[in-house]
Design a protein around this ligand. Structure first.
Ligand SMILES: *[C@@H]1O[C@H](CO)[C@@H](O)[C@H](O)[C@H]1NC(C)=O
Ligand SMILES: *[C@@H]1O[C@H](CO)[C@@H](O)[C@H](O)[C@H]1NC(C)=O
Ligand SMILES: *[C@@H]1O[C@H](CO)[C@@H](O)[C@H](O)[C@H]1NC(C)=O
Ligand SMILES: *[C@@H]1O[C@H](CO)[C@@H](O)[C@H](O)[C@H]1NC(C)=O
Ligand SMILES: *[C@@H]1O[C@H](CO)[C@@H](O)[C@H](O)[C@H]1NC(C)=O
Ligand SMILES: *[C@@H]1O[C@H](CO)[C@@H](O)[C@H](O)[C@H]1NC(C)=O
Ligand SMILES: *[C@@H]1O[C@H](CO)[C@@H](O)[C@H](O)[C@H]1NC(C)=O
Length: 412
C-alpha cells in the first residue's frame, strides 16, 4: 500500500523509480510459479518432456505427484489409476488387470473400475507409455507414447541434471497422493511407510541438510527478469541448499511430515470451511507453512464459495472461530501466522475461465476476471505467495508485467 502511494508521488514529481516497492507476498518477492505436473499444457503430464519444458520455461518449482508400484517403488502419476494419462488400456497383456477398487478412508475415497498403479511392478510400468489428456484441442497429442512412467528417483535425477546443465536451481514439490491407500497396501510398524519412504529418499539426496532460508533476499529492479532469463549477476554464488516443499491433502500426513523434517509442508485443503477462519489458520500454522486451496475460494471469499458449492458449514462454529475471512483478510491473517498461500490451478488462456462469476452464477464475487491477465493480476495483487500454473510461459510474461507495474507503477 505504501508502495503504491510512493509510486504515484514519484510519477507525479519526477518519474523517478522508488526502490521501496515490493510485492504483497510474505517476503515481498514475486509470486513463485509451480509448474503443474511439469508443463502439463503442452506435454504428457509427469513425463521427462513435461519436466524438461517446465525447467526451460523457468518454473520456480516443478511438481511431481507421488504414488507407489506393487513392489514398493515410489512412482509418479497424478491418480492411483492410469487410464486417463497412459496407453495401458491398449496393451493386450495387461487387459485382465482392469478391476474395481473401493476405498473408504477418512480423506481418500475411491470407487472406480480402472487399471491401478499398485497392481503393477515398476518393471511392468516401464512397458506403459504416457499420453496427453485429450480434453482441449490446443494440447498436442503428438508426444503421446514417447515417454514412460518415472520413479521419484528418475525425477530427482532429472532435476539434478537440469540444475547442472542450466546452472540454476529448481524447487521440488512432491505431493503424496492418498497416503491412506499406500500405507494400507504397505503395512509398517508406525503405519507411515509411504511418508517414510519419500523422506528417506529426500534425506539421502541432501534435502534435509541443505534447506534454504525461510525467506529469499528481497528482489529489486531487474532481478526477476534476470532470474527468468537465467542471467547471473556478477557476484553470483551458487546456493548451497536444495529447495523443496512436500504437499498432501491428508492433514494427518502433513502433521507427521512436519514432525520429521524441516522441509516446508504444503497443506492442500480439501474444502474444509473452518480452515478459512482465524482459529482455523491457527490450527494449520501448527503443521503447515503453506496453505493451498482451490483458486475459486480466494476469488469468491469462503462464505460465498461454500454456499455456491452447497458445502454445509455450522454458522455458530464459524463465528466462534472468528468468522470467515474475506480474500484480503485471508492473506493478511495467513501471513501474520507465517503461512504462505498457494492456490491452484491456473490454466492456459485457451481454456475458458470457469469461475461461478464467469458463468453468471455469482453476483457477489470479490472480482470477476474476464481473461488470464486480469485473473493473475488479481491474485498477484492479493499477495499470493505461490501459484500452481499451466502454460508457464504465459504466467512468466504476466508476472514480469506485474513486477514492472509494482516497481515502476506502469501498466504494461
Ligand atoms: C464410508 O465410511 C463412513 C464412515 O465410516 C460411512 O459413514 C460411509 O457410509 C462409508 N461410505 C461408503 C460408501 O461405504
Ligand atoms: C461404486 O460405484 C458403483 C458404480 O458407480 C456403484 O454401483 C456402487 O454402489 C459403488 N459402491 C459403493 C460401495 O459405493
Ligand atoms: C542424468 O544424467 C546422467 C549423466 O549424464 C545420465 O546418465 C542420466 O540418464 C540422466 N538422467 C535423467 C533422468 O536425465
Ligand atoms: C554457473 O554460473 C556461474 C555464474 O555465472 C559461473 O561462475 C559458473 O561457472 C557456472 N557454472 C557452470 C557449471 O556453468
Ligand atoms: C454448531 O457448532 C456449535 C458450536 O461449536 C455447537 O454447539 C453445535 O452443536 C453445532 N451444531 C450442529 C448442528 O452441529
Ligand atoms: C484447470 O485445470 C485444472 C487442473 O488440471 C482442472 O481441474 C480444471 O478443470 C481446469 N479448468 C478449466 C476451466 O479448464
Ligand atoms: C449475495 O449476497 C447477498 C447479501 O449477503 C445475499 O442475500 C445473496 O443471497 C447473495 N447472492 C448469491 C447468489 O450468493
Amino acid at each position: 500500500m505504501i508502495c503504491k502511494y510512493l509510486v504515484t508521488l514519484s510519477i507525479l514529481i519526477s518519474n523517478a523509480v522508488t526502490a521501496s516497492c515490493v510485492w504483497d507476498t510474505l517476503d515481498g518477492n514475486p509470486t513463485k510459479l509451480l509448474g503443474h505436473r511439469g508443463e502439463k499444457a503442452f506435454m504428457p503430464e509427469h513425463s521427462l518432456g513435461s519436466y524438461h519444458m517446465a525447467a526451460f520455461e523457468s518454473a520456480d518449482y516443478i511438481e511431481p505427484d507421488v504414488v507407489a508400484s506393487k513392489d514398493g517403488e515410489l512412482v509418479i502419476m497424478h491418480s492411483e489409476w492410469m487410464s486417463d494419462t497412459t496407453n495401458v488400456a491398449s496393451i493386450p497383456k495387461f487387459a485382465d488387470r482392469k478391476r474395481n477398487f473401493f476405498f473408504n478412508g477418512t480423506y481418500a475415497k475411491i470407487n472406480r473400475t480402472d487399471f491401478w498403479i499398485f497392481d503393477f511392478t515398476f518393471a511392468e510400468l516401464q512397458e506403459i507409455k504416457l499420453v496427453q489428456e485429450n480434453f482441449f484441442p490446443y494440447r498436442p497429442q503428438y508426444f503421446n507414447n514417447d515417454f514412460t512412467i518415472l520413479s521419484v528417483d528418475n525425477y530427482l535425477d532429472l532435476i539434478a541434471n537440469l540444475t547442472n546443465t542450466m546452472n540454476r536451481t529448481f524447487g521440488i514439490v512432491p505431493e503424496l497422493k492418498s497416503p491412506e491407500v499406500f500405507n494400507w497396501l504397505n503395512p509398517s510398524p508406525n503405519g507411515r511407510w509411504f511418508e517414510d519412504k519419500l523422506l528417506g529418499i529426500l534425506e539421502k539426496r541432501g534435502f534435509f541438510a541443505n534447506q534454504p532460508p525461510a525467506s529469499d533476499p528481497l528482489m529489486v529492479g531487474g532481478d526477476l527478469l534476470n532470474e527468468v532469463m537465467n542471467i547471473k549477476p556478477a557476484n553470483y554464488k551458487a546456493p548451497n541448499y536444495k529447495r523443496a516443499v512436500i504437499q498432501s491433502f491428508d492433514p494427518d500426513t502433513c502433521k507427521y511430515l512436519a514432525s520429521k523434517t524441516k522441509i516446508p509442508i504444503v497443506y492442500l485443503d480439501q474444502r474444509t470451511p473452518t480452515t478459512y477462519t482465524p482459529k482455523g489458520l491457527d490450527i494449520v500454522a501448527k503443521f503447515s507453512n503453506i496453505l493451498s486451496m482451490g483458486k475459486e475460494i480466494m476469488l469468491d471469499g469462503p462464505e460465498n464459495y461454500f454456499t455456491n458449492e452447497k458445502i454445509a458449514f455450522n454458522k455458530t462454529q464459524i463465528a466462534e472461530m472468528g468468522g470467515f475471512l474475506n480474500p484480503e483478510q485471508l492473506v493478511a491473517e495467513a501471513h501474520k501466522r507465517g503461512i504462505r498461500l498457494s492456490p491452484y490451478t491456473f490454466n492456459d488462456s485457451r481454456q475458458k475461465l470457469n469461475y461461478y462469476c464467469n458463468r453468471g452464477l455469482n453476483p457477489n464475487a470479490t472480482f470477476c476476471p474476464t481473461n488470464r491477465k486480469e485473473e493473475l493480476f488479481y491474485f498477484f495483487n492479493l499477495g499470493t505467495d505461490y501459484m500452481f500454473v499451466e502454460n508457464i510461459f504465459e504466467a512468466q510474461v504476466l508476472r514480469l508485467a506485474y513486477d514492472y507495474k509494482v516497481r515502476y507503477g506502469v501498466d504494461a
